[in-house]
Design a protein around this ligand. Structure first.
Ligand SMILES: Cc1cc2nc3c(=O)[nH]c(=O)nc-3n(C[C@H](O)[C@H](O)[C@H](O)COP(=O)(O)O)c2cc1C
Length: 395
């Protein structure tokens, strides 16, 4: 690996031993919502392969924050499991971050669902059309207070369990991203309209989390550069939002893009369509039918470009001083070097590390090494397979 990538990096009170982060990729390893040894082994493997910081994906902040039943939600009952996970990562010399997430008005179903899922504004919940939750509602005053409290409690649990950092998910069309996006936030109160208003709730969440974890504990957030469709959040919005996050005391911002219910392929910078494999992996015949009917539009096969978010991310780099994590299509020493040379402090990798968890170690001894990930996106469909998310190409 290049000398720059091997440099340690200080993030609040945490020192990372190099600049590489394993981006959150939903693991599919929490049957019944239980974080057991498989999830711990999944993350320890990246630490063993030399990755400085691995991210546990989609840690829902409440039962209602899950998009479906088998997701991890943070509560006292999972404390032992997440503590063991943190210990397993530490034993391999790595650090671990937990991604705090809430699905807002976009969810399939969970058994505890008592009412409509809530987001910034009510509407159709297309993901729940066939599972009994076709509509979402708008959050009211008491909902804001409750959800902010749940973020704080979840952050506290992760910190107590020995996690080294956490990442507030503000991207990809989930709750906080729904607030940021003018397409899903049609509120006319102080939480809607201008970008500062749309950022009000995400900033309240950040403040609540900070109050719980203290100043020396790193809080990252993941935010969209753009939603990738007309009427969605734009790059200008993102630049403004990042300035506000910086003022709000965020420790680092990971830049991404795309909206899972509208532009999932934007998130991946294109590549192969996961649709045929998703149809094969889908257990519900109704959802299979829906994927057959509507999936082609959502999951087209598109040309793929290395470092596909670099140009947009540079705009943010020019606008803020806060540490930035580059994410999107990095899979070789040259890509990592390019991102670091462009002023990014850390580089996150998703699919390249799923292909090869030893990527960091190999880069250290073989500077020309390149992950063999073909961006076929088979890993995306594998999220629904028994055994969980994995590279389906490098088997
Ligand atoms: C199988 C899979 C699952 C993912 N799950 C999540 C997730 O739970 N949370 C999240 O923020 N991003 C998720 N992502 C997006 C990645 O974090 C990352 O943004 C994306 O893969 C692009 O980075 P890459 O080009 O390095 O793969 C997922 C990506 C993949 C491939």
């Amino acid at each position: 690996m290049t000398a720059a990538a091997l440099q340690p990096f200080k993030l609040a009170g945490l020192t990372l031993h190099n600049r590489i982060v394993k981006a959150a990729t939903f693991e599919g390893r929490t049957p019944g919502g239980e974080p057991g040894p498989e999830l711990a082994a999944f993350h320890a493997r990246f630490a063993k392969g030399g990755t400085a910081l691995t991210t546990v994906s989609y840690c829902a902040v409440s039962p209602d924050a899950r998009t479906f039943e088998d997701q991890l939600y943070l509560h006292e009952g999972v404390f032992g499991g997440i503590k063991a996970l943190a210990e397993a990562v530490h034993a391999e010399g790595g650090a671990v971050s937990g991604q705090l997430a809430h699905c807002g008005g976009f969810k399939r179903n969970t058994p505890v669902e008592a009412r409509r899922p809530l987001g910034p504004s009510g509407g159709i919940n297309q993901y729940g059309l066939l599972s009994g939750v076709p509509l979402s509602g708008a959050m009211g005053k008491e909902d804001f207070a409750r959800v902010v409290r749940q973020y704080g409690e979840s952050a506290h649990l992760l910190r107590r369990a020995g996690f080294d950092a956490l990442e507030i998910h503000m991207g990809h069309g989930y709750l906080l991203s729904q607030f940021l996006s003018p397409a899903s936030n049609r509120r006319t109160d102080e939480y809607g309209g201008s970008l500062p208003n749309r950022m009000r709730f995400p900033l309240q969440v950040l403040a609540a989390v900070r109050a719980v974890v203290g100043d020396d504990f790193p809080i990252l957030c993941k935010i969209n550069l753009a939603d990738g469709f007309d009427g969605g959040m734009t790059l200008d919005d993102c630049v403004q939002a990042c300035r506000l996050l910086e003022q709000g005391g965020i420790d680092a911002i990971e830049l991404s893009g795309g909206y899972v219910s509208r532009t999932p392929m934007y998130l991946f910078g294109g590549g192969g369509s996961p649709l045929p494999a998703m149809i094969r992996a889908e257990a519900s015949s109704l959802h299979r039918l829906m994927l057959r009917l509507g999936g082609g539009k959502l999951f087209p096969s598109l040309p793929y470009r290395d470092l596909y978010f670099l140009e947009q991310a540079r705009r943010v780099r020019d606008a803020v001083q806060v540490p930035l994590v580059y994410l999107g299509g990095a899979s070789s020493a040259a890509h990592i070097e390019t991102a670091l040379a462009a002023g990014f402090d850390l580089v996150a990798l998703g699919r390249a590390l799923l292909y090869d968890p030893d990527l960091c170690r190999r880069l250290a001894s073989e500077p020309e090494y390149q992950s063999g990930c073909t961006h076929c996106n088979g890993c995306v469909a594998s999220m629904a397979l028994p055994g969980g998310t994995r590279c389906t190409y490098n088997v």
